[in-house]
Design a protein around this ligand. Structure first.
Ligand SMILES: Nc1ncnc2c1ncn2[C@@H]1O[C@H](COP(=O)(O)OP(=O)(O)OP(=O)(O)O)[C@@H](O)[C@H]1O
Ligand SMILES: [Mg+2]
Length: 427
């Protein structure tokens, strides 16, 4: 019998090996992890990291090689097929390719899940109507899957997965086949499923945007191992694992890569530094103030501030003008509240960019936001050209992406990018 607990899914030293001998692959390798009831938990990792295998262990579609998996009190890794049936019925699943029955209507697809579960027709019909209403597809009840857009198909997939009121929903790359706008709609629906129905959701994805707009906590997987886990803001604002750093770098594109840095140096011969902007550290306003206090000129030549779960996060790369001693004093003070990377100058580049060591990471200096920073400072060279020419590969934008938590509007492109030097992305 299942017992209630605050932990919905508990992995203890779980390993899943495919194959034997030299060709054996540890798809999941010694994972210990708790997914709490009521949360939206993200599992992110590159292709082959073991994400899908990990979720398939939750509903025991794959048996574990060793270790234990407990779902809401039931040790699924120790149950027989027969004993697994009721447990599986309490777990919904949605897929990248929707997996709808093409010969059945929208209503028929949702009803089918109930038929399998033994519901009689009148109950089925009432439940289907209720579910289609919830996912906003009441008018498509009689349509066939081939007549639906990808987003509508995934809504049917969600309605079907919710049919028997599962307590847990597994979403494996559920938005990977959808365009960005449709992805946002489907993610908003998943957030409603979590908030209004109290369903715990495990979101498997290789897209950081999905995690930061939707998940409360996240685990980062690499080579079958969970290399990092925690609150989404904490994990992405201070990434420790290489894989996490890569996700943050490719999603935010707020720090110049080697090629962009080369272009920056050609355009801006002065001292370049990259400064992290965090909720608890340096803000655009405190950066402006510090520049002023040290009598330095600094112009923004690269960067972006966006949000992770409504909290500001990103970095700015500045070209500083001033003598070396003044710059050194400025950087030391700045490094007490945020991460600072010294990129050197065009004439004396730091090819291995040096992290400026802070006096203390715990200095706790508050962001003294002294009103809006002066905009369009006359003493700053206008870096507008840099903003316009530094296009981030693959995004076609200037790297400031709109983000936000459920139902909120994030920072818009232009909040920052159109007003270089004003730190307009600051809250
Ligand atoms: N049934 C299987 N038989 C053999 N090897 C498998 C099987 N399923 C997965 N693997 C291997 O296990 C590893 C993890 O695969 P998995 O599908 O879990 O990765 P993933 O993180 O979901 O990747 P993707 O992002 O591409 O979906 C891979 O090396 C894969 O080849
Ligand atoms: Mg997968």
């Amino acid at each position: 019998m299942s017992t209630t607990s605050d932990t919905m899914v508990r992995f203890r030293d779980v390993t899943k090996v495919f194959g034997t001998g030299p060709s054996a692959v540890a798809a999941v390798d010694g994972v210990t992890l708790d997914i709490e009831a009521g949360e939206i938990f993200g599992v992110i990792g590159y292709s082959g990291a073991g994400k899908s295998t990990l979720v398939r262990l939750i509903n025991a579609l794959e048996p574990v090689t060793s270790g234990s998996v407990v779902v809401d009190g039931d040790e699924v890794s120790a149950l027989s097929e027969r004993e697994l049936r009721p447990v599986r019925a309490s777990i919904g699943m949605i897929f990248q390719q929707f997996n709808l029955l093409s010969s059945r209507t929208v209503a028929g697809n949702v009803a089918y899940a109930l038929k399998v579960a033994g519901w009689d027709k009148p109950r089925r019909e009432a439940r289907v109507a209720e579910l289609l209403e919830f996912v906003g597809l009441s008018d498509k009840a009689k349509a066939y899957p081939s007549q639906l857009s990808g987003g509508q198909k995934q809504r049917v997939g969600i309605a079907r997965a919710l049919a028997t009121s599962p307590k847990l929903l597994l979403a494996d790359e559920a938005t990977s086949a959808l365009d960005p706008e449709t992805t946002r709609d489907v993610l908003a629906l998943l957030r409603r499923v979590n908030a209004e129905l109290g369903v715990t959701i495990v979101v498997i994805t290789h897209e950081m945007d999905v995690v930061r707009s939707t998940c409360h906590r996240v685990a980062v997987m690499e080579h079958g191992k969970v290399v990092e886990v925690g609150e989404v803001y904490d994990v992405f604002s201070s990434p420790r694992a290489t894989a996490t750093k890569k996700f943050v770098g490719t999603a935010l594109r707020d720090r110049p890569g080697p090629e962009a840095l080369e272009r920056l140096r050609r355009r801006h011969p002065g001292r370049l530094v990259t400064v992290g902007v965090h909720e608890d550290g340096t803000s655009g306003a405190s950066l402006t103030r510090l520049l002023r206090e040290h009598g330095l000129d600094g112009s923004v030549v690269f960067g972006g501030i966006s949000e992770i779960g409504e909290r500001p996060f990103g970095s700015l790369t500045l070209e500083l003008a001033g003598d070396d001693a003044t710059i050194a004093a400025f950087l030391t003070e700045l490094a007490a509240t945020t991460d600072v990377v010294d990129l050197g100058t065009a004439a004396d580049p730091r090819d291995d960019p040096r992290v400026v060591a802070g006096a203390s990471d715990e200095s706790g200096e508050a962001d003294d936001v002294t009103g809006a920073p002066p905009s369009g400072r006359a003493d700053e060279p206008d870096p507008r050209d840099a903003w316009q020419s530094e296009r981030w590969p693959g995004t076609g934008s200037t790297g400031i992406s709109g983000l936000g938590r459920p139902g909120t509007q994030g920072t818009q492109p232009g909040d920052f990018g159109n007003e270089p030097g004003t730190f307009g992305g600051e809250r």
